[in-house]
Design a protein around this ligand. Structure first.
Ligand code: GDP
Length: 464
């Protein structure tokens, strides 16, 4: 028999209400053993499912707290098991005492994510939905929240099942034809296969493209601020951070000591990697600083390169910007307030240098007066168009695990289609189709091994 688990499901800070949750075959019995109604006559084991009850949690004669208890009987519950939720007062101590008491009466402390893991194992949700639960909890911006809620409603599962079904149809036909060549004819089948599965390949390709953009938006655009000393990097950082400073958070420094801050620009999170000041360090340290700045650039999706418009671009500036092959670069020709004419020669020269480079965007800027700030924001919003991804009703996958499987599914399917074109025999085609089918199944959590399941759920917080 499954053990009954218990945990504090709300955060561990003082708050109005705290929820202690229990799930498992003994949940209602254990709750009943600590519960007293006002008149002392009600028993939780006799109440109807999905009802809530006022009363007290007691350890013998001692009243621990005044509570509301929800009783939800299997199978229509979050975990698929009997679930009891005790709403006690939000003092951390009182919630801990209630939890301890439940454990004394036979409940086991839950592992992080164990409630949702049970929901998955009991068939209440598939793995893509379980991952969406983590997504909703961890969402740091509007895009992350909305795409996770959409995934939680089943958008990813529905799409993946639909594509998987089409692959299965072809696999079954091939199997049948190999088994029973008298009734099924494989002559000219390669063409039929392409006709049926090329659209699936195109859809997988589309999902992959959106997944790349989606994961950038979900986690935040990794943004490096780079440029020569005194160009105005710190001033830019302050401008961006100060713009909505209420949501500026300092994320714990990495081993490489690059300070990370999150800012929001019209719903898009930028994870700023602040290399500002690194180069100003004294000599022996300078090289380390330069290396770290390079690392930050390499890691970035977006580089905000700051140059002093009065000085123009140095050979080193040009080299660094040209080395950014995969990143978008916004080259801010800063300090235009010191110039006579904003479209001055150095800005035009910079534009000329990067003419025909679609990923380098040159703009005049002044961190001092704010000139160019709106245009910078407009450009960032157009580069990472969260609205478009969210509102075209297409499915966007954001989990790295799912993305990797999507890639595998697409590659195997492409191999099958190429094989069909080259006249490879059908039983070989079926191997590739099977690989593609399996990868898709893993996205929704079918055909996954225990260690994959453990890896997904260990990312959860306690009590979920
Ligand atoms: P960093 O070394 O690249 O981080 O550059 P800072 O942000 O520290 O700026 C260096 C100097 O340039 C400071 O004195 C700033 O006040 C000044 N500065 C930065 N941006 C501008 C600007 O747009 N206009 C003017 N006039 N001065 C600026």
């Amino acid at each position: 028999m499954e053990k009954t688990i218990a945990a504090i499901s709300s955060g561990l800070q003082p708050s109005g209400i705290c929820i202690v949750r229990m799930s498992g075959p003994e949940a209602i019995g254990i709750a009943d053993s600590v519960y007293k109604s006002r008149g002392g006559k009600k028993h939780l084991s006799r109440v109807k499912s999905h009802t809530i009850h006022y009363g007290f949690v007691c350890n013998g004669d001692e009243i621990l707290d005044e509570v509301l208890v929800s009783v939800m009987k299997a199978p229509r519950t979050y975990t698929g098991e009997d679930v009891v939720e005790i709403n006690c007062h939000g003092g951390v101590l009182v919630a801990k005492r209630v939890l301890e008491l439940l454990c004394l009466r036979g409940a086991m402390p839950a592992e992080p994510g164990e409630f949702t893991k049970r929901a998955f194992l009991n068939g209440r949700m598939d793995l893509s939905k379980a991952e969406a639960v983590i997504g909703v909890i961890n969402a740091q911006n509007d895009f992350a929240l909305k795409s996770s809620v959409r995934q939680l409603q089943g958008a990813v599962s529905v799409k993946i099942r639909e594509l998987r079904e089409k692959i299965l149809d072809e696999m079954s036909f091939i199997e049948a034809a190999l088994d029973d060549p008298e009734h099924y004819d494989l002559d000219g089948y390669a063409e039929t296969l392409s006709g049926h599965l090329q659209p699936v390949e195109t859809e997988l390709q589309g999902l992959l493209l959106r997944a790349d953009q989606g994961s950038i938006l979900y986690e935040g655009v990794r943004t490096a601020i780079a440029g020569r000393p005194n160009a105005g990097k710190s001033s830019l950082l302050n401008m961006l951070a100060g713009y909505e400073r209420a949501i500026v958070t300092e994320i714990a420094g990495t081993t490489r000591d690059v300070l990370r801050e999150q800012v929001q620009i019209r719903g898009i999170s930028l994870c700023l990697m602040d290399t500002a000041g690194l180069r100003e360090a004294s000599d022996p340290v300078e090289q380390i600083g330069v290396n770290r700045a390079r690392e930050a650039i390499e890691e970035a999706d977006l580089v905000l390169y700051v140059a002093d418009a009065a000085l123009g671009l140095s050979e080193e500036d040009l080299q660094t910007i040209r080395s950014c092959e995969k990143q978008e670069v916004i080259l801010l020709m800063n300090k235009t307030d010191l110039l006579q004419d904003t479209e001055n020669e150095t800005v035009l020269a910079a534009r000329e240098q990067f003419f025909g480079c679609p990923k380098v965007h040159v703009m005049p800027f002044s961190a001092k007066t704010g000139e160019g700030q709106k245009k910078l924001e407009d450009l960032i919003v157009s580069l990472y168009d969260a609205e478009k991804l969210l509102y075209n009703n297409e499915v966007t996958i954001t989990s790295a695990r799912q993305k990797e499987l999507l890639r595998k599914a697409k590659e195997s399917l492409s191999m099958a289609l190429q094989g069909a074109e080259l006249g490879v025999s059908e039983d070989f085609l079926n191997v590739d189709l099977m690989n593609s089918y399996r990868a898709l199944s893993e996205i929704i959590g079918e055909e996954v091994t225990d260690d994959v399941i453990d890896r997904v759920f260990e990312k959860f917080c306690m009590g979920k």
